[in-house]
Design a protein around this ligand. Structure first.
Ligand code: NAD
Length: 460
């Protein structure tokens, strides 16, 4: 079976290499045309895509449109800026090079492999593809097997839109992913968990293939005493419980100034009821856990701390209620790994330095959130921590800003994308120095005789 898959993949890759070699994808007009085709296909099939995501994740319609079909905005941004991004950039040259000029030319890498996760299965498959197309590459996509309806819908959409020698989809699970990773690619773009990220990087190392790793982590959320408590609660509850908490940049846990903790907890609990009613299992606006395995994993985390809201589960429906945990310690199970489910642990602090020390002791997260009106508080946390990105006085929205590169740092990821960063990720910045035949500093040539003394004076 794997043998067959491998043969198919080899033939597919060979076809894409031949297509890339024709030079068709280097033409910026061609790339713009393909982005427009992608835009039209997504726009035309948005209902199919939304329905597929709903079948996989029981995603509320509003969330499915916002977070999946929202990829159209990313396509529009690329279409608007591509000509500018693709222009060679002239740079100054030093006097030592006189006479000369120099340029940096962005060239496509070749054939890219894009492996996606299940949690935002349309957005996280197509968003990197936009970068690959914009930069002039061919691409093979591997959607997640845990969102099978979306995987099928994407495969159909791509098949009906593009020549498979240019862009194609391989569906399947870990075996398909590993068969793809065994090949030699010009770039691998992976979105998923940190452990699988290591597998991807190891496979890429065999061919010295550059990788972009969009991984996860425990994203902390600091809450100062100087905040608008109602707004803070609303934004945190929104960011934590969209997609039933299965969001890579969801605030994983709160670190709250002890003085406002009781008021914040009250506001959070009231907001959860306001959003999802007294029984969130009945709410059309609250999703479900993607698989039985993930349901079991997240359910175990409910034993940590003291449950002050939620905690109910229903295995047959893969339902876990939006849950708020108080009295959580750093040693509890819920604090050992990325939660990736609808559980919000609340830790408190008296001394901000101690809270920062706890965060910096742990792996650098994908996102970090700060709620405070106090500039000094914001600055202290910014200067003394590290994370892929930051959002101050809100959550998650940094991902929706095309002018900001999106990615992790250390164990939460390597490289970035969105907007121009996507174009750069899938391009090679090629340096070109232009020299002329007239005028030459011929003292660089042998015999060197006594030129070294002069050189020492020049570069001392
Ligand atoms: P995952 O790592 O289990 O799977 C991602 C992809 O890798 C899937 O297509 C899967 O088929 C493939 N895969 C799984 N095991 C593999 C193996 N052993 N060898 C080769 N390929 C393998 O991740 P997931 O469960 O789909 O997604 C959840 C994780 O992804 C979370 O940690 C989350 O934080 C992270 N994530 C990150 C971002 C981001 O933008 N940084 C976005 C979404 C999700």
């Amino acid at each position: 079976m794997v043998q067959l898959v491998t043969q198919d993949i080899e033939a597919m890759l060979k076809g894409q290499r031949a297509y890339f070699a024709t030079g068709a994808t280097r033409d910026v007009a061609f790339r713009l045309e393909q982005l427009k085709r992608l835009r039209q296909a997504v726009s035309q099939h948005q209902t199919d895509l939304v329905e597929a995501v709903q079948q996989d994740l029981r995603r509320p319609t509003f969330e499915a449109y916002t977070f999946e079909i929202g990829v159209l905005m990313e396509i529009d941004y690329a279409i608007k800026h591509l000509k500018q991004w693709a222009k060679p950039k002239r740079v100054f040259t030093s006097l030592l090079q006189f006479p000369s000029t120099a340029k940096i030319i962005s060239e496509p890498l070749g054939v890219a492999l894009i492996i996606g996760p299940w949690n935002y299965p349309v957005q996280l498959m197509l968003s990197p593809l936009i970068g690959a197309i914009a930069a002039g590459n061919c691409a093979v996509l591997k959607p997640s097997e845990l969102a099978p309806h979306t995987s099928r819908a994407i495969a159909t959409l791509i098949k009906n839109t593009f020549d498979p020698a240019y862009i194609s989809v391989v569906e399947g699970g870990v075996e398909a992913s590993q068969a793809l990773l065994a090949q030699s690619w010009d770039h691998i773009f992976f979105t998923g968990g940190t452990e699988v990220g290591k597998v991807v990087m190891q496979a890429a190392a065999q061919h010295l293939t550059p990788v972009t790793l969009e991984l996860g982590g425990k994203s902390p959320c600091f809450v100062d005493a100087d905040v608008d408590i109602e707004k803070t609660a609303q934004r945190i509850v929104w960011g934590k419980f969209i997609n039933a908490g299965q969001t890579c940049i969801a605030p994983d846990y709160l670190l709250v100034d002890r003085r406002i903790k009781p008021a914040l907890i009250d506001a959070i609990c009231a907001t959860v009821r306001q959003f999802y009613g007294d029984d969130p299992a009945q709410s059309p606006d609250f999703g479900r856990i993607v698989s039985d395995r993930h349901f079991q994993r997240v359910s175990q985390l409910l034993a940590s701390g003291n449950t002050i809201l939620g905690g109910e589960t229903n295995a047959s429906d893969r339902y876990i209620a939006p849950t708020v945990l108080d009295q959580v310690s750093w040693n509890d199970l819920v604090m050992q790994e990325e939660i990736f489910g609808p559980i919000l642990p609340i830790l408190d602090y008296d001394n901000l330095d101690d809270a920062i020390a706890q965060v910096t002791k742990r792996a650098k997260p994908l996102a970090l959130y700060i709620f405070s009106r106090d500039r000094a508080y914001q600055k202290t946390i910014l200067e003394r921590t590290s994370s892929g990105g930051v959002c101050i006085n809100d959550v998650v929205l940094q991902v929706a800003e095309s002018n900001l590169p999106f990615g992790g740092v250390g164990p939460s990821g390597l490289g970035s994308y969105h907007g121009k960063a996507s174009f750069d990720t899938f391009s090679h910045a090629r340096s070109v120095l232009y020299k002329f035949f007239r005028f030459d500093l011929d003292w660089r040539y042998a015999p060197y005789a006594d030129k070294t003394g002069f050189l020492k004076k020049l570069i001392k």
